[in-house]
Design a protein around this ligand. Structure first.
Ligand SMILES: NC(=O)c1ccc[n+]([C@@H]2O[C@H](COP(=O)([O-])OP(=O)(O)OC[C@H]3O[C@@H](n4cnc5c(N)ncnc54)[C@H](OP(=O)(O)O)[C@@H]3O)[C@@H](O)[C@H]2O)c1
Length: 380
């Protein structure tokens, strides 16, 4: 039977994932797209269908309006469609908006770290997971919004999705490609195992001389050539942190989407594949995972226990401005990060219980828009 894939959210990232899925060779799947703005969503689906047809593919893609604020509708939709896999990219505010500020305010806001935006990414994902639970959904669930921390919060509430997408798997191709080039061997003979948090990405994908200064978040890296450990011989840490500028903002959605489509296909395949995913089963940060036959588990790593891997990622949270995530899912922000938003936006949130996410997300988004307007920027 052909699997059904339900894509929830069709903004910048969701649209690129849709385009890639519609042109994915051999993907025999029904693709259903659901987002809030019906007119825009339908037109985007039509565009993806026509583009794929023009290129020689014939995807089965359809659109349904869906508002995640309406939990009953979400539960009803998953009961009606019974998807094999659901992928959500829905968020209250896209991640690259602070880049639109003038350099001074942009640098000030950036110094807080990405974690302070957690409420705008958590709010809808939490509503989605609660609605899926209410609807008795048992299929695979993949989430794009800041899975390194958010899936951990959801895990504390017993609502963990299967895993997140992107993030550390955006660093792995860089290391693998540079390693193969340096060794002068085929890419297929090189395997990379990386345990790392979202926070490492801006160190690994920085332009020359423009990477963040100071301490690097902890991580574990192993590079193998034909099954042999060549990490030290290759000076793989230097490869990982070597300057490697990539386009930021919306163009980078192609990187995330490429990784997402591969993960999605692996999960639906009959055989198992080793790849990388953030936030698997509610764990913090990202890990090598084995995906296939509708399941996902941590890949064993020689010389590193699962507990040690989790500890690496727990310790990395603070590089994103998150001090810790407590057993009830309360997120405690690094005081200096909370101070930045208090000073710049007048937003005072040193800690956040998941139940406060929706209200805090509205407040943070409104204060940020007012701040941008004060600096002469009319946000989209
Ligand atoms: N993990 C990674 O590697 C990675 C990489 C890039 C981005 N991200 C994350 O992915 C998420 C999406 O980013 P983006 O740039 O695509 O954001 P975006 O362009 O703002 O898109 C967000 C989408 O959410 C939808 N949405 C908002 N409220 C909704 C609701 N109540 N019900 C249903 N849908 C709703 C919007 O729908 P309408 O258009 O219908 O209003 C929109 O399609 C963000 O959290 C971002 O941080 C993750």
């Amino acid at each position: 039977m052909r699997p059904t894939i339900l894509l929830v959210g069709l903004g910048g990232l969701g649209s690129v994932i849709l385009e890639l899925l519609c042109r994915e060779r051999g993907l025999e799947a029904r693709i259903v797209v659901a987002t809030r703005r019906a007119g825009r969503g339908l037109a985007r689906c039509n565009l993806a269908r026509l583009g794929a047809l023009a290129q020689g593919f014939a995807p089965d893609v359809s659109f349904l309006p869906l508002d995640l604020e309406d939990g009953d509708s979400v539960a009803g939709l998953v009961q009606q469609l019974s998807p094999d896999l659901l992928l959500s990219t829905a968020t209250m505010q896209t991640w690259w908006l602070p880049d639109l500020l003038p350099p001074g305010p942009a640098a000030a806001i950036r110094s807080a770290g990405f974690g302070v935006w957690l409420p705008v990414h958590l709010s809808l994902t939490l509503k989605l997971m609660r609605a899926l639970r209410a609807g008795g959904y048992v299929g695979l669930t993949l989430t794009a919004p800041f899975p390194d921390a958010i899936n951990c919060v959801l895990g504390r509430l017993g609502l963990a999705p299967t895993c997140g997408v992107g993030n550390l798997d955006e660093i792995v191709p860089k290391v693998r490609w540079l390693a193969a080039r340096q060794l002068g061997v085929p890419l297929a003979s090189v395997r990379v195992l990386l345990v790392a948090h979202h926070a490492l990405e801006r160190y690994a994908l920085a332009p020359p001389g423009r990477g963040p200064a100071g301490e690097v978040p902890p991580y574990f890296l192993r590079v193998e050539y034909d099954g042999e450990d060549v990490t030290e011989a290759l000076l793989a840490d230097e490869l990982l942190l070597s300057p490697y500028p990539v386009s930021g903002g919306p163009p980078s959605h192609f990187l995330t989407a490429g990784s997402t489509v591969r993960l999605l296909r692996a999960l639906l395949a009959k055989e198992e594949t080793l790849l990388h995913a953030p936030g698997p089963h509610g764990l913090p940060g990202g890990y090598p995972v084995i995906a296939g036959r509708g399941q996902l588990r941590l890949a064993p790593i020689e010389g590193l226990s699962p507990e040690e891997a989790v500890s690496i990622n727990e310790r990395s949270h603070r590089f994103d401005g998150i001090e810790r995530i407590e057993p009830d899912g309360t997120v405690v922000f690094v005081p200096e990060s909370a101070d930045v938003l208090r000073r710049e936006l007048g937003y005072d949130c040193p800690r956040l219980h998941p139940d406060e996410a929706a209200g805090r997300a509205e407040e943070l988004s409104a204060r940020f828009r007012a701040y941008a307007a004060r600096h002469g920027v009319d946000l989209p």
